[in-house]
Write a protein that binds this ligand. Sequence first.
Ligand SMILES: Cc1cc2nc3c(=O)[nH]c(=O)nc-3n(C[C@H](O)[C@H](O)[C@H](O)COP(=O)(O)OP(=O)(O)OC[C@H]3O[C@@H](n4cnc5c(N)ncnc54)[C@H](O)[C@@H]3O)c2cc1C
Length: 494
Amino acid sequence: MNKAKRVVIIGAGFGGLSVAIRLAAQGWKVDVYEQQSYAGGKAGSLKLGGYRFDRGPSLITMREVFAELFESVGRRLEDYVQFEQLDTVCSYFFSDGTELASRGNPEDFAREVAAKTDDSAESVRCFLKYSRGIYKKTAELFLMHSLHDWATYFKPQVWKGLLSRGKLDARRSMDTAIRSFFQDPRMRQFFNRYATYNGSDPYQVPATLNIIPHVEYNMGAYASKTGIYALPQAMRSLAEELGVEFHFEQPVEKISVQNGRATGVVTASGEVSADIVLSNIDARRTYEVLLQDPEAPYAQRYRQLEASSSGLVFFWGMKSSYPELTVNNIFFSRDYPAEFKSLFSELRCPDDPTVYVNITSKLAPGDAPEGGENWFVLVNAPRNSGQDWASETARTRERVLARLEQALGRSVANDIAVEEVLTPAHIEEETGSYYGSLYGISSNSKTAAFLRHPARSRRYGGLYFCGGSVHPGGGMPLAVLSGKIAADIIKKKE
Ligand SMILES: Cc1cc2nc3c(=O)[nH]c(=O)nc-3n(C[C@H](O)[C@H](O)[C@H](O)COP(=O)(O)OP(=O)(O)OC[C@H]3O[C@@H](n4cnc5c(N)ncnc54)[C@H](O)[C@@H]3O)c2cc1C
């Protein structure tokens, strides 16, 4: 055990919290430096009048990943935070007026599709079977282990995946594959939406990403009864129980390096020495800003790679309640290809955006005053490249209200009691994520999975990485897995 060894972690996002817990349990002295006043990074919380909102993620998938983290240190997730498996995962409102509920039970969902669309229950069953097949072939290699550690390739499950490369369906796009299962344009739009779960474009992203519906339908979708923000707070509590020290409102300004090895960090309070340093912040920013090494090969590579999409969020405290809505609701656009063209080619907010409305007060009544609801209204937005966000926000707000009012048949605008907005520029400023991207680099290219930064720097000894910008990618469960991969490598190497 490395009782005396000290690690400094930069950032208290999901990745940083995950690795802090695991390293503390391995016997390391762990200090986490976080520029904000809270743990959770992109998964923050907002209070506005009598309303509370989650500021980032809203849907929990891969519950096992969180449960494993707590179990790995002898605790039970359910003793810290209550998840609720959703019967109705999401209510969908199509532009032609069709309403469809995606059910947590795949068989119920298949029947719902057969009843409401021109596709059959069997198409859904076949698609989810295909999705499960991709998961089985890819999860071990692409999600659970380092792609850059030889030991990974000696695992039998990984070999099986590599030997069935054809079944990974990487040659065609997500949309092309979906067309081969579904003929109804509504179902094509429905399943193409899963590309947005990691900020990608369904018309470009390899069909391998059709793995995501398996994760949601076959493995289950959850919400937290106390909001998503309760999850990083639970991880922080667990970390503190294990002796991790958090230093909030202390941005790291620099990573110190001696003889090619990271030896600590510098904050406004001075130098902090450490045996190893772990960055949970954007990998490119780590090289360019904290190491002042913009010519590092990974910094150069990240400058070339396409960032994932971002989000524009309206937090609306509503005076009334909407019984026709559930916790998660999607109001689809008319023209999905045009929407993704705006996001990835024109880098502007779509004229006709798909609108997501998450209402945690449906599960946690304390999140809104009696009779009201807390609406987290998200539209996909392009990465921040200096757009005029004030005018993009004003234009999008009008479109969003028009879409919601058309679908719900009542004046939504009149119900807004309090309001705040989060733009891609805010996300970039608050979390240090380049371009305000939600999930690091996009998965639009076939090679994206292999181009993400590994858990261990090859350029600097003692420097490690976790978080959404590195392998295996963005989203809460993957960021938690990145912390596991980093902790496993540190155990072997240090
Ligand atoms: C609006 C929105 C909706 C989303 N929806 C979902 C969803 O439904 N499901 C899902 O799974 N994911 C979703 N995501 C993505 C998910 O939130 C992220 O992928 C995940 O939280 C990233 O975790 P991370 O470990 O990369 O850390 P981050 O959250 O990026 O945290 C990094 C931390 O580092 C800190 N930091 C940065 N620079 C410094 C410095 N110099 N010194 C000290 N600290 C520093 C930051 O303040 C931050 O706390 C969403 C994100 C947003 C913003």
